[in-house]
Design a protein around this ligand. Structure first.
Ligand SMILES: C[S@@+](CC[C@H](N)C(=O)[O-])C[C@H]1O[C@@H](n2cnc3c(N)ncnc32)[C@H](O)[C@@H]1O
Length: 208
């Protein structure tokens, strides 16, 4: 018997080159764009399609920017991240919390309290992705979307080994596996930017 939700992955899949404290790594605020303008515009357009107007949103692994459509009004956007100054500078967040998900994957959110969730270019840093995604699913109302997006950039020393070993197709399959093991029902992959003229951007969306 094992409690490992991903026993089929190789040993050491979630090892990292830099095993130092993540909160210390993210202590200096980084008011930078992690994806280029084309990828950002494609993600915002995708959010316009899938995020319910007036809904309660969770932006997991957020920073000073949430990539939401400017004209779209939501009931509340809750942000999670690793740097208080970045989150305080995000104009879309109604409230936010700082939490190292590699230390504690349990989210301080009530069950069935969120209508849609997003996680933009952060999944490569998660060492317990299924535990975190299961928490997102618990917080979502049934049928609600969780949009996980990624590109081809990262802080390599903080990304988990399996992420560094895979290409874009492998990343999509891995995120799909995380979502399925966390109990998400339908999972869809969308290539929003193929990388031919700028940053690639792929979303993997699960429904709670
Ligand atoms: C590349 S930034 C992306 C920020 C934002 N989502 C965006 O699109 O600009 C990666 C984010 O992952 C989050 N992160 C990294 N390591 C983490 C950890 N151990 N626990 C929780 N979040 C983490 C931080 O919020 C960090 O800002």
């Amino acid at each position: 018997m094992t409690d490992d939700p991903l026993p089929d992955l190789p040993a050491g899949a979630f090892a990292r080159q830099d095993g130092g404290d993540d909160l210390a790594f993210y202590a200096p605020p980084r008011f930078v764009a992690h994806i280029d303008e084309g990828a950002t515009a494609a993600l915002t357009a995708f959010y316009r399609q899938v995020l319910p107007a007036g809904g309660r949103l969770l932006d997991l692994m957020s920073s000073w920017i949430s990539h939401l459509p400017v004209e779209r009004i939501f009931a509340a956007v809750v942000g999670h991240g690793m740097n208080a100054a970045e989150l305080a500078g995000n104009p879309r967040l109604a409230r936010w919390f700082v939490q190292d998900l590699n230390r504690d994957p349990v989210l301080p959110l009530d069950a069935d309290s969120v209508d849609a969730a997003m996680c933009c270019v952060g999944v490569q840093y998660l060492q317990q992705p299924v535990a975190v995604f299961a928490e997102v699913r618990r917080a979502l109302v049934p049928g609600a979307p969780f949009v996980v997006s990624f590109s081809n950039r990262c802080f390599p020393t903080k990304a988990v080994a399996i992420w560094r070993a895979l290409d874009t197709g492998g990343h999509a399959a891995l995120v799909r596996l995380y979502l399925e093991r966390a109990g998400f029902a339908t999972v869809a992959v969308d290539v929003l930017a193929n990388g031919s003229t700028g940053d690639p951007l792929v979303t993997v969306t699960g429904r709670a």
